[in-house]
Design a protein around this ligand. Structure first.
Ligand code: KG4
Ligand code: ZN
Length: 342
């Protein structure tokens, strides 16, 4: 078996069209085309996302191959995101991958997007130069998901805790929206927080039994806070940094509280964070501090591999390739995937 396969990976689960070429665990190219069309709507419009994927996919794949200095016949397998995600968006990437696989006669590998976020840690050549070992615990925080996952191997993952309502990314984006910031607001809340006093305002998070999360109360507490202070029209403008910093501190501390509890319960000392929200500067620094304080090893992927990208789809497919775990052309994309709780 080829232990260093060349994999062309395609990601199209939400509003990023991405293609990457990997050889083994090394990423040769990772092209990401964002979609600015959603900005004015304050969130992703599924129909517009599918259309944008449709026009981006050919140039993005072409550029990925060009940058990798490879041609289609060099590819050993084609990987694509099977789900979870927006169905219309997933269909563009999966149909493209299947057509290419039929034309070239190469195997095809469907990948779980959330598991790929976790496996991004195993891409070679990242700045920190460290690769976690199994078993590990990963906090996966994105626009659609918030999960604590126990990972025993690339093919053995179980959810030990997850949100019962909004995702952490949604909690960032919705807060940004009511503060008048454009979509996606997470990175902007992060930026404004740097100039604010994080202890100035108090927002609330529920203390759930076990390892689950709930973010709807936090969002509501921000809404009530803004309503109570709405008499002064300039309040949000003047206090934006302090509100962002206080809100972000509450959210980040809550994420880490449950993660710390999970690590102690499971007796795991290898900890990771993944997904778009793991790009958050406060989460990154507090996560590493928490690991240090407990004598655990903490891992964070490079920024490029935190938010949606095809490099992570490629690495997840690489592990499946080693197990000869290929997909069928008849497999259909899945908006939701239930992959098991511990
Ligand atoms: O993983 P991702 O790129 O896409 C999904 O699979 O959902 O995550 C996107 C989410 C968005 O909610 C975005 O606001 C959030 O990640 N995000 C951040 C930061 N960068 C991206 N949230 C907080 N701070 C950031 N720096
Ligand atoms: Zn994602």
């Amino acid at each position: 078996m080829n232990l260093e396969p060349v994999i062309l990976a395609i990601e199209s689960s939400c509003d990023e069209t991405s293609a990457a070429v990997l050889i083994g665990r090394k990423v040769l190219s990772n092209i990401i085309a964002g979609q600015t069309v959603h900005e004015k709507y304050g969130g992703v419009v599924p129909e517009l996302a599918s259309r944008a994927h449709q026009s981006n996919i050919v140039p993005v794949v072409h550029q990925a191959l060009t940058e990798a200095n490879l041609k289609l016949p060099d590819i050993d397998a084609i990987a694509y995101t099977r789900g979870p995600g927006l169905l219309g968006s997933l269909m563009v990437g999966s149909s493209f991958a299947k057509s290419l696989s039929m034309t070239l006669g190469t195997p095809i590998i469907g990948v779980n997007h959330m598991q790929a976020h976790i496996l991004a840690h195993f891409i070679e050549g990242q700045k920190h130069g460290k690769t976690p070992s199994f078993p590990l615990l990963c906090l996966t925080v994105s626009g659609g998901h918030t999960q604590i996952v126990l990972v025993r191997s690339p093919s053995d993952m179980k959810i030990v805790g997850e949100t019962i309502d909004d995702a952490a990314g949604e909690a960032f984006d919705k807060a940004a929206k009511v503060l008048g910031l454009p979509y996606p607001g997470g990175p902007l809340v992060d930026r404004h927080s740097k100039d604010g006093d994080s202890m100035k305002y108090k927002f609330t998070t529920p203390r759930l039994e076990g390892l689950d999360y709930s973010f709807s109360g936090l969002k509501t507490s921000l809404l009530y806070f803004l309503r109570d202070n709405s008499k002064d029209e300039t309040f949000v403008q003047q206090e934006l940094a302090n509100i962002c910093a206080s809100y972000q501190r509450t959210l980040v501390d809550y994420l880490l509280l449950q993660l710390e509890k999970a690590a102690k319960q499971q007796g795991i000392a290898e900890l990771c964070i993944a997904g778009g929200v793991s790009a958050n500067s406060e989460l990154r620094s507090k996560f590493l501090k928490m690991c240090d304080n407990n004598g655990w090893k903490g891992y964070i992927p490079d920024f490029t591999y935190c938010t949606d990208n095809a490099g992570m789809i490629g690495i997840a497919a690489y592990f499946k390739y080693l197990n000869q775990d290929f997909s069928e052309l008849s497999d259909s994309p899945m908006a939701r995937i239930d992959w098991g709780r511990l």
